[in-house]
Design a protein around this ligand. Structure first.
Ligand code: NAD
Ligand code: TDX
Length: 351
């Protein structure tokens, strides 16, 4: 089985590549433009594996994508390439429209042309798996409700609106042209190799640098957290066993307020890397201006993927967060060079 993983140098894509390459029956081509968020160091573990190869390509380049599908005899496309950071989408939506909407359109065109040229037996096996987010559903009240696959789309940010648009395009290519697509919508991932502009790695690394830990608003917003390796297993199942035309919600059943996530990280660091003078890292917490259009709460009902594909998360949030903190403590070789670049200005707590 030959996979084309787009965005495979990113946080989730690299976990997917590492996971798939562990199966010798799979061959994996990682196609990535290498934006600021793409990092080949995340693939060091598999870079010399016999079943892994990399191509630096933009998903907007339809011809280059089609050439790679043909060259590597692709059976399954897993489309993870995207601009992924909500705050960046507020500051500059253009790249989100370009990659998340136009890029998805281009890769759908390439996939359709490739699929139409396949022999009948291969045609039936081919899948285009589009990896999306729970943020397309908008937000939930603090006091109840969960997103199911049928929840109407109501995105709030330029990021989630661009992802919603891409999901609609993918469904349209199925309904109109018959392309065998599957979709998945997942909650917040966390774990190793997470780019340190996102809440969890940002807080860990700012704390180690004795910098402020920025909490938006009162820190009361709720996210559902899923360990990235559990997501990678779910994605393999959706791509290989999902029913064409269907979407699957994926979540960790681990809702936490942002403040409690930040406090838990501080407590983990207090026990592992005590600060001078016996102070707690919690003293570094700094409440800052809220994100515009900040969704209050996300929660995923993942019963469909559990019932139909037998997926459940293995990692619980407390042990997964401890594993993540330990990974950052042990892997400065990965994040040190990234932190040296001033990629997020004052959000990093820089003076
Ligand atoms: P990321 O920002 O860490 O990685 C994105 C990758 O895509 C990078 O390697 C980047 O170089 C690449 N890329 C960007 N534009 C490209 C283009 N035009 N052509 C080719 N490659 C390009 O993102 P992530 O957190 O790993 O998210 C991956 C996917 O999963 C995204 O589609 C995102 O919407 C979705 N998702 C993320 C989360 C989460 O919590 N991180 C949750 C649900 C869904
Ligand atoms: O400095 C911060 N302070 C803060 O309070 C940052 C960066 C974030 N936050 C808050 C905003 C969110 O409520 O923490 C929460 C998590 O923020 P992010 O890590 O930026 O993630 P989020 O906006 O929830 O989106 C993530 O999950 C869904 C991914 O970036 C998306 O790609 C994915 O679709």
């Amino acid at each position: 089985m030959n996979f084309l993983v787009t965005g495979g140098a990113g946080f989730i894509g690299s976990a997917v590549c590492r996971h798939l390459c562990a199966n010798p029956a799979y061959r994996v081509t990682n196609l990535d433009k290498l934006t600021y968020a793409g990092n080949l160091a995340s693939l060091r573990q598999i870079e010399n594996a016999h079943n892994y190869r990399f191509a630096q390509v933009d998903i907007c380049d339809e011809k280059a994508v089609l050439d790679i599908m043909r060259r590597d005899d692709i059976d399954i496309v897993m489309n993870l390439a995207a601009e992924s950071h909500v705050d960046r989408s507020i500051d500059g939506p253009g790249a989100f429209i370009e990659t998340n909407i136009v890029g998805t359109y281009r890769i759908l065109n390439a996939a359709l042309e490739y699929w139409r040229g396949l022999a009948d037996d291969r045609k039936g096996r081919f899948r285009f798996h589009h990896v999306s987010t729970d943020e397309v559903f908008g937000d939930l009240p603090f006091d109840g409700g969960m997103f199911v696959e049928e929840t109407p789309y109501a995105p709030s940010s330029p990021y989630s609106a661009s992802k919603a648009a891409s999901d609609h395009l993918v469904r349209a290519w199925h309904e109109t042209y018959g392309l065998p697509v599957v979709l998945s919508n997942c909650s917040n991932n966390y774990g190793p190799y997470h780019f340190p502009e996102k809440l969890i790695p940002l807080v860990i690394l700012n704390a180690l640098d004795e910098k402020p830990l920025p909490v938006y608003g009162a820190g009361a917003n709720v996210r559902d957290w899923l360990f990235v390796e559990d997501h990678a297993r779910a994605l393999e199942l959706v791509a290989t066993k999902g029913t064409p035309g269907e979407s699957y919600n994926v979540g960790g059943n681990s809702e936490r307020t942002n403040l409690s996530v930040v406090e838990t990280i501080c407590d983990l660091l207090d026990s592992r890397r005590p600060r001078a003078g016996g102070k707690s890292y919690r003293d570094l917490i700094s409440f800052v201006t809220d994100r515009p259009g900040h969704d209050r709460r996300y929660a995923i009902d993942a019963s469909k993927i559990s019932r139909d594909l037998g997926w459940v998360p293995n990692e619980n949030f407390d042990s997964g967060l401890a594993r993540t903190v330990d990974w950052y403590l042990d892997n400065k070789w990965w994040w040190g060079p990234i932190r040296e670049q001033n990629y997020a200005g004052e959000r990093l707590g820089e003076a």
